[in-house]
Write a protein that binds this ligand. Structure first.
Ligand code: SAH
Length: 230
């Protein structure tokens, strides 16, 4: 089906892409251990079906990664929620509202759309231009006005905007790039998958005046952090 009606339906979502499907996804993530009501609210709100190819949209609200072209994937909703919660929630359950956050590997823009309403300003970098060019108009349409997107190598960070109160990296490396750690403000947090392809852990680093605290949060499977841009 083509034409304006299908465009409208695609936007609001029906059946497998409806708000009920998003509600069920949020419930599922809560059962898996996502505690932040603010994060769950964003999962209920964000139209994930718009971030993927129309041919796959019936799978949009299943808790799986999906291909988005250029050999990349839209992250699994549970992992998006877990990373967002790890970045923003304190031990006592309270949510931080960081001033400036850097996202490396924005891909489809879904994680960007989940994170943007929970922070003041979000700076997102993606190394594949075609993905960035699809994400940009969609994020604008969804009203994410506090987001700046840049095409480039996120391992270099965004020196002109550093330091950041939070850094979220959606691609894995053997170790956290020193350049990114250096762009973290005191009290700030970095969340990133670290390891080899068959064995990665989600790592959280919190920087303090006299050092840093490192915690591993969960085993994960991410695409690699690659140098350069395309
Ligand atoms: N969270 C996003 C994408 C996850 S896939 C989503 O849900 O859609 C990881 C993304 O990181 C891919 O789009 C990949 O191109 C990007 N990436 C890998 N290395 C990068 C780098 N050095 N700088 C910026 N982006 C990078």
């Amino acid at each position: 089906m083509n034409g304006p009606q299908s465009a409208l339906r695609r936007r609001s979502g029906i059946g497998l892409t409806s708000s009920r499907a998003r509600q069920r996804l949020a419930e599922q993530l809560q059962r898996r251990g996502i505690r932040s009501q603010e994060v769950l609210e964003q999962i209920r709100r964000a139209p994930r079906h718009l971030f993927i190819d129309e041919a796959l949209e019936r799978y949009a609200y299943q808790d799986n990664a999906l291909p988005i072209g250029a050999g990349q994937t839209i992250s699994q909703p549970y992992v998006v929620a877990l990373m967002t919660q790890a970045l923003l929630m304190d031990e006592d359950g309270r949510m931080r509202r960081p001033g400036k956050v850097l996202e490396v590997g924005s891909g489809s823009g879904y994680q960007t759309a989940i994170l943007a309403p929970l922070v003041r300003r979000l700076f997102a970098i993606e190394r594949i231009r075609s993905l960035l060019e699809s994400a940009r108009p969609l994020l604008r349409e969804l009203g994410c006005e506090n987001v700046r997107l840049r095409h480039g190598d996120g391992a270099q960070g965004w020196p002109g905007q550093a330091p950041f109160d939070g850094i979220l990296v959606a691609a894995a490396a053997a170790a956290v790039p020193e350049t990114l750690l250096n762009q973290l403000a005191p009290g700030g947090r970095l969340v990133m998958p670290v390891g080899v392809p068959s064995r990665q852990e989600l790592l959280r680093i919190e920087r303090s005046d006299d050092g840093e605290v490192r915690e591993t949060l969960a085993p994960v499977a991410f695409v690699p952090l690659l140098p350069g841009q395309e």
